[in-house]
Design a protein around this ligand. Structure first.
Ligand code: BTN
Length: 257
């Protein structure tokens, strides 16, 4: 893919009135866009930057997982922003709300920040932060499946955006997502997650379902709180789960809830 295919200038034109020192960069290859922007943040580079990679050689997912993607079949980018919200809670959920709303009415959200369609993962979000000399820089990484890829034998094939938006490319998808995402983040910085709670709920794929968490909790999802916690009705009462180091799955037909 040629760098000219990417709508870098169009995105910059939409964003620079909000962030005058904003830059957009496209790299043919990097280990991980999150790792690269975290290195830059730690080295004192605080300019708001959108970094797109056509290929990642060491893409990272949440909870230490690997994020695999093929050039053209997926969109991989990260956004680095200096931020100082009063309350950080719910940030990754806010990112999910913005992305889902930009993509398609059918795109759902699986707490804390997976994009899901019809019980399959369409994309994921990795939020990291660097604090240097009292400043906080957040790095938000997004990986989205654009074209279908086969199941790996163990798991069902993930969802792909072209199933709902036939023919859409990674570059066109970035053009849809980037400016609304930045507007959502600037809004989040002022107001926190609470005003976005209803929009998350409208796409919440877990609400009302029996779920189990990676740390052993089980119950029925009551949805998310105004601070972005997952509210579980368990046998022992309502449990609010705040940690993003927990993964949650709905019980499937084969499970014994
Ligand atoms: C997850 O679902 O576990 C989160 C996946 C996040 C993947 C993206 S791809 C762009 C950015 N760079 C990375 O190394 N990871 C994120």
């Amino acid at each position: 893919m040629s760098p000219n295919t990417w709508p870098a200038e169009a995105i910059w034109e939409q964003v620079y009135p909000l962030l005058p020192d904003f830059t957009v960069e496209v790299l043919p290859e990097v280990d991980s866009t999150n790792s690269e922007l975290m290195r830059r943040a730690r080295a004192g580079q605080h300019e708001p930057t959108l970094l797109v990679a056509e290929r990642q050689t060491a893409g990272r997912g949440r909870m230490g997982r690997v994020w695999q993607s093929q050039p053209g079949d997926s969109l991989t980018f990260s956004l680095s922003l200096p931020m100082a919200p009063k309350d950080w809670s719910g940030l990754s959920l806010a990112v999910g709300v913005s992305l889902a709303e930009s993509l398609h009415p059918q795109v759902g959200l699986k707490w804390p920040n997976d994009l899901w369609v019809q019980e399959r993962k369409l994309g994921g979000i990795l939020v990291e932060a660097a604090s240097m000399g009292g400043r906080s820089q957040v790095v938000i990484g997004v990986g989205l499946n654009i074209r279908p890829r086969p199941a790996d034998g163990l798991n069902t094939a993930p969802a792909a955006l072209t199933e709902w938006r036939p023919g859409i490319t990674a570059a066109e998808t970035l053009g849809l997502l980037a400016a609304p995402l930045i507007r959502t983040l600037l809004h989040f910085e002022q107001t926190g997650f609470a005003p976005l709670q209803a929009r998350f709920e409208a796409r919440d794929v877990l609400k009302g379902r029996r779920v189990h968490t990676s740390d052993g909790a089980r119950g029925t999802s009551l949805g998310v709180s105004t601070s972005g916690a997952l509210r579980l009705q368990t046998d022992a009462g309502v449990l609010d789960i705040h940690s993003s180091e927990v993964s949650v799955r709905p019980f499937s037909a084969e499970d014994k809830p």
